[in-house]
Write a protein that binds this ligand. Structure first.
Ligand code: DSN
Length: 415
């Protein structure tokens, strides 16, 4: 067998891999769903477990030779149970979307009804967008955030639950900066005789650390991704009570997936172990403090924030009131040139397109991992606004890029 390193056998891929490490070192990742996993998590994900097929679950596999696959999956499950206090955990979904698919397959039939938040109001494709399997397989109705406050319109959700008669209500969002009222949604779901799926993909780490309230034990199903604020191996997770355990496990395998990605499950186990530490609690708290500092500073500069601020790790700015002639893509491109990587995002009441929308979404999980505190984050807010104000002025963008270079040198990532 050829035991050479990628650098020796495939310089083109090796260049891209080392280029990516350098790109992450040299830029500030402010895409709210991204983070920097530890070297230990990366090592586990790059391990020989990638070679192993292990259809089934620990102790009940369809293939031989699964003792180490069992060991890592059991560790991931036990640590997840401890982190989130869940009765049953499935760590096999390949992603957050596949976790949602697992729940739908477990309790819905094609044509059943999903009630979820509109994508442009902060929801997710897998909650029932027409371009996604969920929108194509099920009948979907969508609730919104309140046009004035930017907070979820729970009264509107309640009205829709009554008129639409959903089989499942989805809470938990991808571009929503405020605390979610899980109990309120649960009451609405119970009154409608519907299941409640809480998708905590973005806030898994905040919930685990107790800096955001938990839907575990409130909603029927909780799904998440494992590489965002929780900073573990890449993939998804489902949590539920024991009564739904069999249905969920069968829905994930063989229902939606074949062999589990055991190397990623090893990365989940390692990351969950790291997240059980006091350091991780401090990290999650700092992530939220940094997001609040970012929001306050952007507002001081005159930016309009959806909901007027944040309770979690992300900020959603609507450029229309302050910069009517500037689009999200204009800002995204100029900030990338300056070394700040974030994403253009739709906003409630969107008047442009999803590809070139009116807003920007900024998150603090990754810069907090590299050591930024509130003061450093406020400076990043200043830099962001300088670019927004003069996105087409090359000298301004270059100036900001120089300061970003200094910051990324000061806050190093991987050695
Ligand atoms: N792509 C993720 C996000 O950025 O929110 C969700 O899947």
């Amino acid at each position: 067998m050829d035991d050479s390193h990628v650098r020796d056998v495939d310089p083109a891929v090796a260049d891209a891999l080392s280029g990516e490490v350098q790109r992450q070192q040299d830029t500030l990742a402010m895409i709210a769903s991204e983070n920097h996993a530890s070297r230990a998590v990366l090592e586990a994900q790059g391990s020989a477990l990638t070679n192993k097929y292990a259809e089934g679950y620990p102790g009940e596999r369809y293939y031989a030779g699964c003792e180490y696959a069992d060991a890592v999956e059991e560790l991931a499950i036990e640590r997840a149970k401890e982190l989130w206090g869940a009765a049953h955990v499935n760590v096999q979904p390949h992603s957050g979307s596949q976790a949602n698919m697992g729940v739908y397959l477990a309790v819905l039939d094609p044509g059943d009804k999903i009630l979820s938040l509109d994508l442009t109001h902060g929801g997710h494709l897998s909650h029932g967008h027409p371009a996604n399997f969920a929108g194509q397989t099920y009948e979907v109705e969508q609730y919104e955030v309140d046009a004035e406050t930017g907070y979820v319109d729970y009264d509107g959700l309640e009205d829709l639950a009554e008129s639409f008669d959903p089989d499942i209500i989805v809470s938990g969002y991808s571009a929503y900066p405020r605390e979610v009222e899980w109990e309120r949604v649960q009451e609405i779901a119970e009154a409608a005789d519907a299941y409640h799926l809480a998708d905590i993909a973005h806030i898994t780490g905040l919930v685990a650390a107790g800096v955001h309230s938990s839907p575990v034990g409130v909603a029927d199903f909780v799904t998440g991704s494992t590489h965002k604020t929780i900073r573990a191996g890449r993939g998804g997770i489902i949590m539920c009570e024991e009564e739904h355990a069999d249905a969920i496990d069968k829905a994930v395998f063989p229902g939606a997936q074949g062999g589990p990605l055991m190397h990623n499950i090893a990365g989940k186990a390692v990351g969950f172990g790291e997240a059980l530490s006091e350091e991780f609690e401090a990290y999650a708290e700092q992530t939220v403090e940094n997001a609040k500092a970012l929001a306050d500073r952007l507002e001081e500069h005159g930016l309009s924030l959806v909901s007027g601020g944040t309770d979690n790790h992300l900020v959603l700015a609507d450029l229309r009131p302050s910069h009517p002639d500037t689009t999200g893509k204009d800002v995204e491109a100029a900030l990338e040139t300056a070394g700040i990587v974030m994403n253009a995002n739709t906003v409630p009441g969107e008047t442009r397109s999803a590809f070139d929308p009116s807003g920007i979404r900024l998150g603090t999980p990754a810069i907090t991992t590299r050591g930024f505190d509130e003061e450093a984050t406020r400076e990043v807010a200043d830099l962001i606004v300088r670019v927004i104000d003069d996105y087409d002025d090359e000298s301004v963008v270059e100036d900001v890029a120089e300061r970003v270079d200094e910051l990324t040198d000061e806050y190093t990532l991987y050695e």
